[in-house]
Design a binder for this molecule. Structure first.
Ligand SMILES: [Zn+2]
Length: 454
């Protein structure tokens, strides 16, 4: 699973001839595409990949969201590795421990839980949605003392997580040495090749997050360099089995991503449209009872939570969000129906089973530009901890995040648009051909079906 790999980007890179190992896999297997969930941000997408559940079911609504139960804004940061590198500890703890331990719904099973319950050995590296049946002790007792981290987490039987949790002693480099030069992926690659050499797993979710980091920082050119490193890492893993053909005799492989990315040229602060209201601050003091709204914006997606003291209704909040220059479309619930607004026009919709009911400007979201846009927005709106108004950014735009950061000059993701949402799927060895119309929620289903667990 390569974080942030857009389908159109991989296709162009394969065409250019610079990817030896991915091209070899492409020759031997099949190619398809999958659509991500919304918002197209890593914690939301990884939770769908790990569980097979959509946003309406798995409990992780956004990369930054208002937790009514605790009365505070939870911010996972742009990635677990970036959070750990940047601190503070409470953010790292939410992203790396609490997301899987307490935020992920207990009503859904991870693929690690499903497979281990059937007696299979599962493995993962650096993957943040790791809930499994085996207790692992943290390897840095100093961090436990200073930051009061839980000493243990529950993960798959073979669990490798940024040198903090390692279920067995392997020869691994320090994961957070230099994100810019791909040190988390180098750590993952060391784990992957040694796991393959030992051939001790039935299922391995190999997660490579550094392409996303590179794309944010430097856009497509940086992502290209990172993708070549990923290609080399895959080659090393194939070699550990005796080459790609020997690897494919032993394993089924699916290479994909959680979301894509698009270039960022401008940014805007969603909160500015709510500056006359009492904003719940993510940092420092803030009391939800004394606040009107929590505005949770990050990358190319935003969420506005209406708090009890607010005199504006949800539609009023949505029109504020619609007026932000970075906004492309806004979504909110009105009774049993959802409302989408874009460029002053309005569409009402509702997903009933798999049937989409629409009225108003029914062509508001072109299916090529917003793949499965209304279905994905419906799931996001119907998540238990969803914002009252959800916002998708326009092409080239990004929302400044709660820490005041943006990726202008680089790339980002989060929106409903196809560049952010469509990911490539390279697969070899599956019993059935890759289905058409894949979603990233299907990867867990494919794994369970492979082991006859559906
Ligand atoms: Zn990202």
């Amino acid at each position: 699973m390569i974080d942030g790999l857009a389908a159109n980007f991989l296709e162009a890179e394969l065409e250019s001839g610079g990817l030896r190992n991915l091209a070899a896999l492409h020759e031997r297997g099949e190619y398809g595409q999958a659509v991500s969930v919304f918002p197209t941000v890593t914690p939301v997408c990884l939770s769908s990949i790990a569980t097979g559940a959509n946003v309406s079911e798995h409990g992780i609504p956004h990369i930054v969201w208002f937790d009514a139960a605790q009365g505070r804004v939870i911010d996972y940061g742009s990635s677990a590795g970036a959070v750990l590198a940047a601190g503070p500890l409470s953010v790292a703890r939410d992203a790396m421990i609490e997301m899987t331990r307490t935020h992920l719904s207990s009503d859904v099973a991870t693929v690690f839980e499903s497979l281990e319950a059937a007696g299979l050995a599962t493995a993962t590296v650096s993957f943040t949605c790791f809930r499994g049946p085996v207790t692992h002790k943290i390897r840095f007792p100093g961090a436990v003392r200073r930051g009061r981290w839980f000493e243990t987490v529950e993960g798959p039987s073979k669990f490798f997580f940024f040198n903090l949790y390692e279920s067995e002693q392997l020869n691994t480099p320090f994961a957070l040495r230099s994100r810019a030069s791909g040190s988390v992926d180098a750590y993952g690659a060391a784990v992957a090749s040694q796991l393959v050499e030992r051939d001790e797993f039935d299922y391995f979710l190999y997660y490579l997050p550094d392409l996303d980091y590179a794309a944010h920082a430097g856009g497509g050119l940086s992502a290209r360099v990172a993708l070549r490193r990923v290609d080399n890492h895959l080659g090393t893993m194939f070699e550990a089995a005796g080459g790609i053909d020997a690897f494919l005799e032993r394993y089924v492989i699916v290479v994909s991503s959680d979301h894509g990315f698009s270039a960022v040229r401008e940014s805007s602060r969603l909160e500015e449209k709510f500056s006359d209201l009492r904003l719940l601050r993510s940092r420092g003091a803030g009391d939800p009872k004394e606040s009107d709204v929590a505005v949770c914006a990050s990358m190319r997606a935003g969420a506005v939570y209406r708090l009890p003291g607010c005199t504006l209704d949800v539609r009023g909040l949505a029109s504020r969000a619609e007026a932000c220059p970075a906004t492309d479309a806004v979504f909110f619930m009105e009774g049993e129906e959802a409302v989408a607004r874009r460029q002053g026009e309005e569409l009402r919709f509702r997903l009933s089973g798999s049937e989409l009911l629409r009225s108003g400007s029914v062509d508001l979201l072109d299916g090529d530009i917003y793949p499965q846009g209304l279905e994905r927005a419906w799931h996001a709106l119907n998540a238990e901890r969803s914002g009252d108004v959800l916002v998708s950014a326009a092409g080239g735009w990004e929302f400044v995040d709660l820490a005041g950061r943006d990726h202008v000059g680089g790339a980002s993701h989060g929106a409903l648009t196809s560049a952010d949402s469509v990911v490539p799927v390279l697969a070899a060895g599956l019993r059935e051909p890759l289905p058409v119309g894949l979603s990233i929620t299907d990867f867990a289903t494919l794994a369970r079906a492979h082991f006859h667990l559906t």
